[in-house]
Write a protein that binds this ligand. Structure first.
Ligand code: KG4
Ligand code: ZN
Length: 388
């Protein structure tokens, strides 16, 4: 039974996020001010494998969670007694990783006698944008709102609506296979460009010719036959697919005899403990730079054109673009340019809040706090949790 909480004063929520390879904790005031935000990244642990190793991720979360939460409290000048509530990512994500954050938050909520709020990670990404807009004094968004959540695990489009104090979401499109960030990571791995691939490709791409290699994308739209999406029965769904481009890059590598260049790069970088973007650039010839630039252009064009198609189809007034890939420079430029032409307002989180963090979890929890939507004691992690 929802309890209604009377709020006249500021509400401080401690958010906890551990769904993938970042252990994060943050204090957010009343869903509109980041008071502290601590992110412990496990990149160094997973780098050697070119991707997240779930068992290692859980172990690292276990190590980091207590110091990370303490640091977030300390930086905010708060204690477990002086916060108003806890919020934790319930899913989607890696089961073992989610479990660490969730068990910690549950135990803490019980011991400190504070309410606990369960948050969907994808809703968190959407609220990263809303939080920063509120922080800038922008409290009003024009509806309908279309949100693209584009990260290492997701390429999802949602129509978002306000209902009373809370938000509801309709999924109107998603990837059929790999997420866009996953394609960045896999292409970088194939070309020996380190992990995670997105930021490195973002850095390298302006040094290459983006028109050098044509990567055509199919238009994937179909009538929505899912009975759960009856709100828009005549509307087409917009699907994404990024496993094909990864294979196309592999085929290009094979056809153009690039194996040797890749091996040489691997050798050259093997002796550098933590290669920087400049180190990768120095180890890349024109052919590789042209290839990554063309890859990035193809993915960005596909994301932008399909999202804007959806915005027209749903008559959206506002577009939110969020998740790790929203940190991409070309993606931001293209969205801004094209949205402006269509009279659409587009918002992104700052680069810091684009990738996984806990401030977005605490911000998404605030409307739920106001509505008294607290988690039951038997709350469990849900690796495939859907957003609605
Ligand atoms: O949101 P996030 O931190 O974790 C997930 O929920 O997946 O996103 C991480 C993903 C990785 O695939 C990473 O390569 C990608 O976001 N990414 C980028 C950039 N920065 C991070 N992709 C393209 N350009 C970037 N600048
Ligand atoms: Zn994420």
């Amino acid at each position: 039974m929802p309890r209604t909480i009377n709020t006249v004063s500021d509400i401080y929520i401690l958010g906890i996020e551990s769904s993938c390879d970042e252990t994060a904790a943050a204090i957010v005031r009343s869903g509109e001010e980041v008071v502290s935000s601590v992110v412990y990244s496990q990149i160094a642990t997973h780098q050697a494998y070119g991707g997240v190793v779930p068992e290692l991720a859980s172990r690292e979360h276990l190590r980091a969670i207590v110091p990370v939460a303490r640091k977030a409290l300390e930086e905010a000048g708060k204690s477990y007694d002086t916060i108003d509530a806890l919020a934790v990512t319930q899913g989607p994500g890696l089961a073992g990783s989610l479990l660490v954050g969730l068990s910690f938050a549950k135990a803490l909520a019980f011991a400190a006698a504070k309410p606990l709020i369960a948050v969907n990670h994808l809703e968190g990404h959407i609220h990263a944008v809303l939080l920063e807009e509120r922080q800038r004094g922008n409290h009003e968004l024009e509806f309908p709102v279309l949100a693209l959540v584009v990260s290492g695990g997701h390429t999802h489009l949602y129509l978002a609506e306000r209902r009373d104090d809370g938000w509801i979401y309709h999924n109107v499109g998603q990837t059929r296979d790999d997420a866009a960030g996953e394609a960045f990571d896999k292409v970088a791995k194939l070309l020996e460009l380190g992990y995670p691939g997105g930021p490195i490709i973002d850095f390298l791409a302006p040094h290459g010719d983006a028109t050098a290699v044509p990567f055509p994308f199919a238009q994937i739209k179909h009538r929505d036959r899912n009975p759960e999406n009856r709100h828009a029965p005549d509307v087409q769904r917009i699907d994404f697919s990024y496993s094909g481009i990864k294979t196309a890059v592999l085929r290009y590598v094979e056809l153009h005899g690039m194996r040797e260049t890749i091996e040489k790069r691997r050798e050259a970088l093997r002796h550098i403990a933590n290669p920087t973007c400049e180190d990768y650039l120095a180890a890349c010839g024109k052919q590789t730079l042209d290839l990554v630039a063309s890859f990035q252009r193809a993915v960005v064009n596909d994301l932008v054109s399909k999202t804007l198609y959806a915005a027209r189809e749903f008559n959206a007034s506002t577009l939110l673009v969020t998740g790790g890939v929203a940190a991409n420079s070309m993606l931001r430029e293209r969205f801004e340019e094209q949205a402006r032409q269509e009279g659409l307002r587009v918002y992104f989180p700052s680069r810091k809040l684009s990738t996984d963090n806990a401030a977005m979890i605490a911000a998404a929890a605030y409307p739920r706090y106001l509505a008294g939507e607290f988690a039951e004691s038997e709350l469990s992690a849900e690796a495939a949790l859907r957003l609605r």
